[in-house]
Write a protein that binds this ligand. Sequence first.
Ligand code: HEC
Length: 134
Amino acid sequence: MKILSSFILLSIFFACGSNPSSDEAQASNPYSAGEEVYENNCIACHQKNGEGVVEAFPPLAGSDYLLADKNRAIGIAANGMSGEITVNDVKYNSVMASQGLTKEEVRDVMNYILNSWGNDGGEVTLKEVEAVMK
Ligand code: HEC
Protein backbone atom coordinates (compact mmCIF):
# COMPACT_ATOMS: atom_id res chain seq x y z
CA MET A 1 0.00 0.00 0.00
CA LYS A 2 2.81 2.38 0.90
CA ILE A 3 4.57 1.58 -2.37
CA LEU A 4 1.36 2.20 -4.25
CA SER A 5 0.68 5.56 -2.61
CA SER A 6 4.23 6.84 -3.09
CA PHE A 7 3.98 5.66 -6.68
CA ILE A 8 0.80 7.68 -7.14
CA LEU A 9 2.45 10.73 -5.56
CA LEU A 10 5.44 10.33 -7.85
CA SER A 11 3.16 9.98 -10.85
CA ILE A 12 1.43 13.22 -9.94
CA PHE A 13 4.81 14.85 -9.47
CA PHE A 14 5.98 13.70 -12.89
CA ALA A 15 2.65 14.49 -14.54
CA CYS A 16 3.38 18.13 -13.65
CA GLY A 17 6.54 17.98 -15.77
CA SER A 18 6.48 18.71 -19.47
CA ASN A 19 8.00 15.54 -20.93
CA PRO A 20 5.31 13.00 -21.87
CA SER A 21 7.79 10.15 -22.40
CA SER A 22 8.97 10.42 -18.78
CA ASP A 23 5.34 9.93 -17.70
CA GLU A 24 5.27 6.69 -19.64
CA ALA A 25 8.53 5.50 -18.12
CA GLN A 26 7.16 6.35 -14.68
CA ALA A 27 3.97 4.40 -15.29
CA SER A 28 5.80 1.26 -16.38
CA ASN A 29 8.60 1.36 -13.79
CA PRO A 30 7.94 2.46 -10.20
CA TYR A 31 11.69 2.78 -9.63
CA SER A 32 12.44 5.05 -12.59
CA ALA A 33 13.07 8.09 -10.36
CA GLY A 34 15.66 6.08 -8.45
CA GLU A 35 17.09 4.70 -11.67
CA GLU A 36 17.72 8.23 -12.85
CA VAL A 37 19.47 9.13 -9.59
CA TYR A 38 21.55 5.95 -9.96
CA GLU A 39 22.51 6.75 -13.54
CA ASN A 40 23.55 10.28 -12.59
CA ASN A 41 25.42 9.50 -9.36
CA CYS A 42 26.38 5.86 -8.92
CA ILE A 43 26.72 4.11 -12.25
CA ALA A 44 30.28 5.26 -12.97
CA CYS A 45 31.58 3.12 -10.13
CA HIS A 46 28.93 0.52 -9.35
CA GLN A 47 28.13 -0.06 -13.07
CA LYS A 48 24.87 -0.37 -14.95
CA ASN A 49 24.19 -3.93 -13.81
CA GLY A 50 25.20 -3.19 -10.20
CA GLU A 51 28.14 -5.56 -10.41
CA GLY A 52 30.78 -2.96 -9.58
CA VAL A 53 34.41 -3.54 -10.50
CA VAL A 54 36.14 -6.30 -8.55
CA GLU A 55 38.60 -4.98 -5.93
CA ALA A 56 37.86 -1.36 -6.86
CA PHE A 57 34.12 -0.72 -6.55
CA PRO A 58 32.01 -3.22 -4.60
CA PRO A 59 28.89 -4.73 -6.17
CA LEU A 60 25.38 -3.68 -5.23
CA ALA A 61 23.77 -6.58 -7.11
CA GLY A 62 23.56 -9.46 -4.66
CA SER A 63 25.75 -7.57 -2.15
CA ASP A 64 25.58 -9.32 1.23
CA TYR A 65 26.88 -6.09 2.80
CA LEU A 66 24.15 -3.91 1.26
CA LEU A 67 21.31 -6.31 2.00
CA ALA A 68 22.37 -7.05 5.60
CA ASP A 69 21.57 -3.63 7.05
CA LYS A 70 19.14 -1.21 5.44
CA ASN A 71 19.91 1.76 7.72
CA ARG A 72 23.64 1.38 7.21
CA ALA A 73 23.05 1.35 3.45
CA ILE A 74 20.90 4.50 3.68
CA GLY A 75 23.79 6.17 5.51
CA ILE A 76 26.21 5.19 2.74
CA ALA A 77 23.93 6.48 -0.02
CA ALA A 78 23.50 9.72 1.96
CA ASN A 79 27.01 10.31 3.31
CA GLY A 80 29.41 7.98 1.52
CA MET A 81 31.80 5.74 3.47
CA SER A 82 35.44 4.77 3.96
CA GLY A 83 37.45 2.00 5.57
CA GLU A 84 37.76 -1.73 5.15
CA ILE A 85 34.68 -3.75 4.27
CA THR A 86 34.10 -7.23 2.90
CA VAL A 87 31.47 -7.60 0.22
CA ASN A 88 30.69 -11.13 -1.00
CA ASP A 89 34.06 -12.36 0.34
CA VAL A 90 36.10 -9.65 -1.40
CA LYS A 91 37.85 -6.96 0.65
CA TYR A 92 37.63 -3.27 -0.22
CA ASN A 93 39.44 -0.52 1.63
CA SER A 94 38.66 2.64 -0.19
CA VAL A 95 36.62 5.81 -0.07
CA MET A 96 33.22 6.63 -1.48
CA ALA A 97 32.58 10.38 -1.24
CA SER A 98 29.17 11.74 -0.35
CA GLN A 99 27.21 12.18 -3.57
CA GLY A 100 25.33 15.16 -2.11
CA LEU A 101 21.88 13.70 -2.69
CA THR A 102 18.66 15.14 -1.29
CA LYS A 103 16.59 13.03 1.10
CA GLU A 104 14.17 12.23 -1.71
CA GLU A 105 17.01 11.16 -4.00
CA VAL A 106 18.44 8.92 -1.28
CA ARG A 107 15.03 7.27 -0.81
CA ASP A 108 14.53 6.81 -4.55
CA VAL A 109 17.99 5.44 -5.26
CA MET A 110 17.78 3.08 -2.27
CA ASN A 111 14.46 1.71 -3.50
CA TYR A 112 15.99 1.27 -6.94
CA ILE A 113 19.13 -0.59 -5.80
CA LEU A 114 17.25 -2.75 -3.28
CA ASN A 115 14.81 -3.87 -5.96
CA SER A 116 17.06 -4.24 -9.01
CA TRP A 117 19.35 -6.95 -10.41
CA GLY A 118 17.61 -9.68 -8.40
CA ASN A 119 17.92 -7.81 -5.07
CA ASP A 120 14.84 -8.12 -2.90
CA GLY A 121 15.61 -5.74 -0.07
CA GLY A 122 12.21 -4.12 0.46
CA GLU A 123 11.25 -0.50 0.76
CA VAL A 124 12.84 2.68 2.13
CA THR A 125 10.62 5.55 3.28
CA LEU A 126 11.43 9.25 3.56
CA LYS A 127 11.05 8.92 7.36
CA GLU A 128 13.77 6.29 7.48
CA VAL A 129 16.07 8.50 5.41
CA GLU A 130 15.35 11.50 7.65
CA ALA A 131 16.22 9.46 10.74
CA VAL A 132 19.63 8.63 9.23
CA MET A 133 20.36 12.06 7.72
CA LYS A 134 19.32 14.33 10.58
C1 HEC B 1 33.43 7.37 -7.30
C2 HEC B 1 32.96 6.01 -7.16
C3 HEC B 1 31.65 5.76 -6.44
C4 HEC B 1 30.43 6.36 -6.67
C5 HEC B 1 30.08 7.45 -7.67
C6 HEC B 1 29.50 5.73 -5.76
N1 HEC B 1 30.14 4.77 -5.00
FE1 HEC B 1 29.30 3.53 -3.64
N2 HEC B 1 31.13 2.81 -3.15
C7 HEC B 1 32.31 3.15 -3.78
C8 HEC B 1 33.42 2.53 -3.07
C9 HEC B 1 34.90 2.65 -3.44
C10 HEC B 1 32.86 1.83 -1.99
C11 HEC B 1 33.63 1.04 -0.91
C12 HEC B 1 34.20 2.05 0.10
C13 HEC B 1 35.11 1.39 1.13
O1 HEC B 1 35.94 0.55 0.75
O2 HEC B 1 34.99 1.73 2.33
C14 HEC B 1 31.41 1.99 -2.11
C15 HEC B 1 30.48 1.36 -1.27
C16 HEC B 1 29.11 1.42 -1.43
C17 HEC B 1 28.15 0.63 -0.69
C18 HEC B 1 28.44 -0.43 0.38
C19 HEC B 1 29.12 -1.64 -0.17
C20 HEC B 1 28.26 -2.49 -1.07
O3 HEC B 1 28.71 -2.75 -2.20
O4 HEC B 1 27.17 -2.91 -0.68
C21 HEC B 1 26.91 1.02 -1.12
C22 HEC B 1 25.57 0.47 -0.63
C23 HEC B 1 27.11 2.03 -2.12
N3 HEC B 1 28.46 2.25 -2.29
C24 HEC B 1 26.08 2.69 -2.78
C25 HEC B 1 26.27 3.75 -3.66
C26 HEC B 1 25.20 4.55 -4.21
C27 HEC B 1 23.73 4.31 -3.96
C28 HEC B 1 25.77 5.50 -5.01
C29 HEC B 1 25.09 6.61 -5.78
C30 HEC B 1 24.25 7.49 -4.99
C31 HEC B 1 27.21 5.28 -4.97
N4 HEC B 1 27.46 4.22 -4.13
C32 HEC B 1 28.15 6.03 -5.67
C33 HEC B 1 32.45 3.97 -4.88
C34 HEC B 1 31.46 4.78 -5.40
